[in-house]
Ligand binder design. Structure first.
Ligand SMILES: [Fe+2]
Length: 210
């Protein structure tokens, strides 16, 4: 059985209103958790880790596995999303770190990276997620992932069938309308631009170096 994660803050207002947080976390994420728990028994995936469920179900199409993928993917995505933030009063500023050094190496500056990340989020058609992910050699990529997709699903299998060349998710902005419509209506770009002061770079760095 999976449980709703605990939030490491009480509020992210005014960037994300308490009403949006309440619906997004308490209704949407809770529903994905509940649905997943109902779908897993008898599926052959019960008892596996959330990441393994997402990876294994991502290779199936439609049916029960498709429903499990959608709900498990959305639980994983939201867990990573909600735990990467902190209230802006306590926001951990981007500091000198291996991650920031790699961002500057690839994009020239943190601002240039943010600009491309926001543009990819704005440019994603329909519902989904924009991700910063790391390859196994540490190189960074920005991915546009529709629906419940996550970078860990972008892997290859070796001739022996082992998962390899997988991508590690680091940072994500949710571009499903439920993430911003109450506060920003159709202004997705304004919402994405406003999120940066909430990003806890210490958490992103830990995901990169672990
Ligand atoms: Fe969401």
């Amino acid at each position: 059985m999976f449980e709703l994660i605990k939030l490491p803050y009480k509020s992210l207002a005014p960037v994300i209103s308490d009403q949006t947080l309440s619906f997004h976390y308490g209704k949407h994420l809770q529903a994905y958790v509940d649905n997943l728990n109902k779908l897993l028994p008898g599926s052959g995936l019960d008892g596996k880790s959330l990441e393994d469920i997402v990876v294994l179900a991502s290779e199936a199409s439609g049916g029960l596995m498709g429903s499990i993928f959608n709900n498990a993917g959305q639980v994983l995505n939201h867990n990573l999303y909600f735990t990467q933030f902190c209230h802006f009063d306590q926001a951990k500023r981007a500091e000198k770190s291996a991650l920031i050094a790699q961002i500057v190496k690839q994009w020239g500056s943190l601002d240039a990276f943010k600009e491309e990340f926001e543009a990819k989020g704005v440019g994603l058609f329909g519902s989904g997620w924009v991700w910063l992910a790391a390859k196994e050699d540490g190189e960074l990529v920005i991915l546009q992932c529709p629906g419940a997709d996550n970078p860990i699903c972008h892997f290859e299998r070796s001739p022996k069938g082992e998962v390899e060349k997988s991508l590690r998710p680091l940072l994500t902005f949710d571009v499903w309308e439920h993430a911003y419509y109450l506060d920003y209506q159709n202004r997705r770009a304004a919402h994405l631009q406003a999120l940066w002061p909430l990003v806890n770079w210490k958490v992103i760095e830990e995901r990169y170096t672990k």
